[in-house]
Design a protein around this ligand. Structure first.
Ligand SMILES: [Zn+2]
Length: 248
């Protein structure tokens, strides 16, 4: 999603700078590309096609078709509202309800990302105009092996059954990716392994750390996010790396 946002912003900036150029050759290229806008191998076709997915994009489509510049600030606000809307929709879903194609994105957001959506007061104008702050674990300079472990956890690059049984020949429906390290009959996902699974190695790892483990049923989907954002981020990263090592 952030790449989607940056790509769009750069594209619109590029468009505006094309129009402000006084290079006659460049101007001819822009005109020619517009004339060929119905061909999929042109820049204009691709941009118009991408813009159509944004709500209230008609004014931006019209601007490009008539070689007018686009108000960058207005565009970014529209884009941001669209992205926040997407995150908010994911926020209210449980993993069971999420379609498999959006489950990874939902997990990334609800567990590890900057809180959006259901956080009380988020939608007032004052907060809306603030730039989101990256979570603590992304702002600190931590050893690369620990940083890699956090990235693997956030991006489903681990071997927990919730992920392993997603792609294998042994692919199983989400609700059948049950933890094989304990008898809880629950999904073996990030939250279960890090915070709950009573397997002896995991319990030992938890007791070795002076970390805060939020109790079960607390914070709902934000429980793992609370855990990840606690002050001792080196301790969190080290704990995550050791947990992942138990699932080679
Ligand atoms: Zn378990």
């Amino acid at each position: 999603m952030p790449i989607f946002s940056y790509w769009f912003r750069c594209t619109i900036r590029f468009w505006n700078s094309l129009l402000s150029s006084n290079n006659p050759f460049l101007e001819k290229i822009v005109r020619a590309d517009l004339l060929l806008a119905n061909r999929s191998d042109t820049w204009t076709f691709q941009v118009l096609h991408a813009l159509q997915d944004l709500p209230t994009s008609q004014q931006f489509l019209d601007a490009i078709r008539s070689r007018q510049s686009i108000n960058q600030r207005q565009f970014e606000l529209t884009l941001r509202e669209h992205i926040i809307g997407g995150w908010r929709d994911l926020d209210i879903l449980t993993p069971h309800e999420a379609h498999h194609s959006s489950r990874s994105m939902r997990i990334y957001h609800t567990h590890f990302n900057v809180p959006l959506g259901n956080t009380s007061g988020w939608w007032d104008d004052r907060k809306r105009n603030q730039k989101p702050v990256l979570p603590l674990y992304l702002r600190l300079d931590i050893p690369s092996n620990l940083s890699r472990a956090l990235s693997c956890l956030r991006l489903s690059g681990h071997n927990f059954l919730v992920q392993r049984l997603r792609h294998d020949r042994n692919r199983r429906p989400y609700e059948l990716r049950i933890c094989d390290r304990c008898d809880w009959r629950t999904i073996q996902d990030e939250e279960h392994i890090l915070l709950d699974c009573p397997h002896e190695h995991l319990v030992r790892l938890r007791t070795q750390q002076k970390l805060i483990f939020p109790p079960q049923f607390e914070d709902g989907p934000a429980r793992l996010r609370t855990f990840m954002n606690q002050p001792d981020i080196f301790g969190v990263a080290s704990f995550v790396a050791k947990c992942l090592a138990l699932f080679p």
